[in-house]
Design a protein around this ligand. Structure first.
Ligand code: TRP
Ligand code: SF4
Length: 398
């Protein structure tokens, strides 16, 4: 069984090469190693774009085409749409009952984004709840890993806390004590004694060796079934049984590709190159890129360190080309347009297979919908399974 990975993106605009180098390339790589679930976080997009839903509607399927163009393969990963799986909202609501307000107010992105997106009123209930909705997205699939950038790691941390709290509050079976005794009867008294002793030590001192030892013992003990194992582990940790799994963040290296002006690539800064940028526009954008301001005239020497074009070379060029840039820039033997040409060529090479893959989906939009339908159907079944456990644990099975 492959371990599960889950990640999502908000459909707020055409994806650009920063998304490709920062996230998508990694998603593509992971799909051959793990059980990957990737989804369109359209509800999350609404937390900031609730006044401009047309942007989201326009971008949902466009974004999926970008994903497929980048190399996500629906045979190897599950692609779905958040808003088609109402169980996310159900779990979000249930988690909300026991989540202290302070946890959400303290998430750094809450204040940061309010500051940054001053033109939007983000003192909304939905925006405060953003990370908890994200927690529901993750926990409902019992994902083990969440590949995201540094900016999202506090949300994964909150997810872990939410899972821990849920398991603590609801992870105990109603007849837990009785069941525990039955489980103990499957072991010999010597084993029980050692287990209890080690538990005491762990609970008093947090000794991780004891924890590892006990978990190892429980998992390798042939007389125990999986319910027994879960119960003993929960008893040992004092958390009850693990209904929701604490995920780990798989930190994605930030993209080293800056925007055309050297700042972070972002659609809102108008400095981005779309994954499916057309050729003429790509050429024009690169040609217009600012360069080292010291090179006013062709004969002025420059310094690549002061030029965003150089950062593009670092991603796109081989050693020879880079040496040619260094030398040619510093002794003014090449012009800036000349310097930019290999980048245009490399981006075109990078884009070619992506454009080719996209073509099929652009001419047959039905195919994209079918992929999303199939992925959503599959994901929803998993989500429904988890919700059965969650409802059971919360005593909502009447
Ligand atoms: N908040 C994420 C972002 O803006 C998108 C997202 C929503 C997400 N739910 C998620 C990412 C669950 C990972 C897991 O990038
Ligand atoms: Fe930048 Fe190249 Fe011009 Fe030097 S030659 S300033 S590196 S574009």
């Amino acid at each position: 069984m492959k371990e599960r990975v889950l990640s999502g993106m908000r459909p707020t605009g055409a994806l650009h090469l920063g998304h490709y180098h920062g996230a998508l390339k990694n998603w593509v790589r992971l799909q051959s190693e793990m059980d990957c679930y990737y989804f369109v976080a359209d509800w999350h997009a609404l937390t900031t774009h609730y006044e401009s839903r047309e942007i989201i509607e326009k971008n949902v399927y466009e974004m999926v085409i970008d994903w497929l163009a980048a190399g996500l393969d629906p045979e190897r990963c599950t692609i779905f749409l958040q808003s088609r799986i109402p169980e996310h909202a159900e779990l979000f609501t249930l988690l909300a009952m026991g989540t202290p307000l302070g946890w959400l107010e303290r998430v750094p992105t809450y204040k940061d984004q309010q500051e940054k997106l001053k033109d939007k009123d983000l003192s909304t209930y939905g925006f405060l709840g953003y990370p908890l909705l994200q927690a529901a997205d993750i926990l409902i699939y019992k994902a083990k890993y969440v590949p995201v950038g540094e900016d999202q790691s506090s949300h994964v941390e909150l997810t872990r806390e939410a899972a821990r709290r849920f398991n603590h509050l609801y992870g105990k079976e109603i007849d837990f004590e009785e069941k525990l005794l039955e489980t103990f009867q499957k072991l010999n008294p010597e084993q029980v004694k050692r287990f209890e002793k080690s538990r005491k030590k762990f609970q008093e001192t947090g000794d991780l060796k004891s924890l590892e030892g006990a978990i190892g013992f429980v998992h390798n003990e042939p007389s125990l079934n999986s319910k027994d194992k879960e119960r003993l582990e929960g008893y040992f940790k004092g958390t009850g049984s693990t209904i929701l799994t604490e995920p780990q963040v798989l930190l994605t290296q930030a993209s080293k590709l800056p925007g055309l002006d050297g700042a972070k690539m972002s659609k809102s800064y108008n400095n981005s190159i779309a994954i499916r940028e057309d050729k003429a526009s790509l050429e024009q954008k690169i040609r217009k890129m600012p360069t080292d301001p010291a090179r006013v005239k062709r004969t002025d020497a420059g310094n690549p360190q002061k030029c965003p074009v150089w950062q593009f070379h670092q991603i796109y060029s081989d050693e020879n080309t880079k040496a040619w840039v260094q030398k040619g820039c510093q002794n003014a033997s090449i012009g800036c347009l000349e310097c930019k040409q290999p980048i245009i060529e490399q981006i075109l090479i990078e884009q070619a297979p992506m454009l080719e893959r996209a073509e099929k989906f652009l001419t047959q939009p039905k195919l994209v919908r079918e992929i999303v339908d199939a992925g959503t159907h599959k994901a929803r079944q998993t989500a429904q399974e988890t919700m059965k456990d969650v409802r059971q644990a919360m005593g909502l099975n009447y």
